[in-house]
Design a protein around this ligand. Structure first.
Ligand SMILES: [Mg+2]
Length: 366
């Protein structure tokens, strides 16, 4: 009996500098300019949602405080996001995907996995399908996308990032082993900075280093994720492309290099985490009613506290304020904190305003 997994053909499509590219498409005066779409660099808490490639040359990155972006690139033009426009483009690219397959798993407005093991048009070649999708996006939307093609989600997603912008990267079965061995540990799915640092301290820098460890040792060191690392370093990722995955919650969390002991230090971290949650809500076009604060203490004890608003919101100040109040109520415990996280849930779909700039004030920036 053949016990091998059926071979799959997976494509990961990721629009290039999505928000910024849509702005440059719609406002010709922004083309070729260092452009930052996101929060204002004036107020506090503004973060970069997307930077144009011209701004990235100066080190500007997504999720960076807008203030910092302005320091790095003083001539950058800042505009507020127009989510109605991005949602419209997003619906259009999903319609393009659906010409080729029904197995589409959107990750955000501008990113999706496609399983084209069986394709509607009988094209057969995943590389050819990816080319046709990119061409349709270019012809119909005047935008570019990068595509990664491989046998599973992990490899397809990494591949799409390798030759951005306008990339088309295929990682075929014979290339997988050497590719995974050369891959730096921080590129592994789910490996954040803290885990990457721990791995490096253990002398683990690449996939080849991870591959030398037994599964039980990986689990002992990294918990449940150890199973995943063991498999993925061997090119194995059987996660299916899930077409109707509904987003139930959106959040962000961080483990700190040193435990936090004061309210001020904890609040400072919440001020950093809340904009990430806010940005993810906007990316998914979601508003939530419930804010959940997660706290892990130095002794690994973990608690969650939540608060529900009367109305669903994606307002940064409101989310941050609720998180701080939830934190304040736990402070009498007096224990050092090693992780804080904020999650929004209980969603109602954010209304989409058609064909109107969400913030007419942005016009004054031009
Ligand atoms: Mg993208």
């Amino acid at each position: 009996m053949d016990t091998e997994q059926p071979k799959r053909k997976i494509i990961h499509i990721d629009m290039d500098a999505f928000y910024a590219s849509v702005e440059q498409r719609d406002f010709p005066e922004l083309r070729g300019k260092a452009l930052v779409v996101g929060g204002s660099p004036e107020g506090r808490g503004g973060v970069v949602a997307t930077a144009s490639y011209e701004a990235r040359k100066f080190g500007v990155r997504s999720a960076m405080p807008s203030k910092r972006a302005q320091q790095l690139c003083p001539h950058a033009i800042f505009v507020r996001p127009r989510f109605a426009a991005y949602k419209e483009v997003s619906a259009h690219i999903r319609e393009i995907f659906s010409r080729f397959t029904d197995l589409i798993e959107p990750l955000s407005l501008d990113e999706a996995y496609l399983d084209v093991t069986v394709d509607k048009l009988n094209i057969g070649s995943a590389l050819e399908i990816a080319k046709q999708i990119k061409q349709a996006i270019r012809d119909e939307l005047q935008l570019t996308a990068s595509a990664g093609i491989s046998i599973n989600k992990f490899l397809a997603k990494i591949a799409s990032d390798l030759q951005k912008p306008d990339g088309l990267t295929f990682i075929g079965p014979s290339a997988i082993e050497s590719f995974m061995e050369a891959l730096p540990v921080e590129k592994f799915h789910g490996v954040g900075k803290v885990t990457a640092d721990k791995m490096k301290q253990m002398g683990l820098h690449t996939g080849a280093d991870l591959k030398k460890l037994s599964e039980s040792l990986l689990v002992q060191q990294f918990g449940k994720a150890g199973h995943f690392y063991y498999q993925i370093v061997r090119g194995i990722d059987n996660r299916p492309v899930q077409p109707h995955r509904e987003t139930k919650s959106v959040g962000a969390e961080d483990t700190f290099a040193e435990d936090l002991e004061t309210e001020a230090a904890m609040n400072a971290e919440l001020e950093r985490i809340a904009p990430l949650v806010h940005d993810r809500l906007r990316r998914h076009g979601l508003k939530g009613r419930t804010v959940t604060l997660k706290i892990k203490y130095h002794d690994f004890q973990q608690i969650t506290r939540n608060h529900s608003f009367l109305h669903a919101t994606d307002d940064l100040e409101q989310i941050l304020d609720a998180a701080k109040k939830l934190l304040l109520a736990t402070l009498p415990d007096g224990k050092p904190v090693r992780l804080l996280g904020i999650t929004m849930s209980n969603f109602s779909e954010a209304p989409v305003k058609k064909n109107k700039p969400e913030n007419p004030g942005q016009l004054t920036l031009f």
